[in-house]
Design a protein around this ligand. Sequence first.
Ligand code: ATP
Length: 308
Amino acid sequence: MIQLYIPLNFLGVLYREIKQSLADIDKMFTLLEREREVADASGAEALVLPEQGPPNVRFDDVSFAYDPARPILQGLSFEIPAGKTVAVVGPSGAGKSTLARLLYRFYDITGGSIRIAGQDIRQVTQASLRQAIGIVPQDTVLFNDTIAYNIGYGRTEDPGRPGERGASREEIEAAARAAHIHDFVSAQPLGYDTMVGERGLKLSGGEKQRVAIARTLLKNPPILIFDEATSALDSANERAIQAELQSVARGKTTLVIAHRLSTVVDAHEILVLEQGRIVERGPHAVLLEKNGAYARMWALQQSVSDAA
Ligand code: ATP
């Protein structure tokens, strides 16, 4: 029996390894697929950022469809003034995360324009565009590598630092402290050398978001996109992460895709998106006074959080 068990056990391990590798290859192809959606225009030049301070971002009459038969965004116009925060709220499927993908140019829009400091994002190199934008996504993908690598990754592509593969351990630790994940990392027996990802230590949703925040702190881009996690964090964790996001966003041009309204109260402007159109817009207090879609969403969320 034992003789049979060992090879079977070995086969089980082998099977898991192969399955994992296939999952990684699959992920890689999905990324490559995305990359193929867009290409640098011939003669594209690097995005030019203002000499001082962050740039503004403008969406002008933007339309988009993943599938031509089904328009997702229709005639959207708004501006994120330099250094300000615009938040997008609305029901699931309204197109909020799509807006973020378009700004990062995962896809090209089908109508209108998106401009950063006056430059159409289709006319600049993707490398310079993505260098200027930091994303804290809904669900952070961790590499099967150490926590240090996963945080330092935020700084591997900086053209201003040729040859640098990641930040120094001191810089990684400083970013981890600012993102409030340092104590968690230090409590692991291998500290920053702890392996994470699918084959290593599994991190919770909140811990993964903190890794993403630390990455973004290291990258230090002038434009930020926060795609708030839909998965519920406990409320203490949620408040803490919100505070960290706010401090990262200070002085940066920020687009927040909000699934909870508590995140957006301080935004310069809130856009209420329904079926790919802006149905209401304005700061929190003005929208509450309007007593429309936003006020209803707010009342609903208040009653849910009171009940919890
Ligand atoms: P949620 O609050 O649930 O995250 P959302 O407002 O962010 O929703 P999006 O993720 O932007 O919504 O999706 C808008 C619409 O586009 C949805 O109907 C969705 O099914 C569709 N969609 C999203 N991604 C793709 C894709 N890669 N291919 C085709 N359709 C997509």
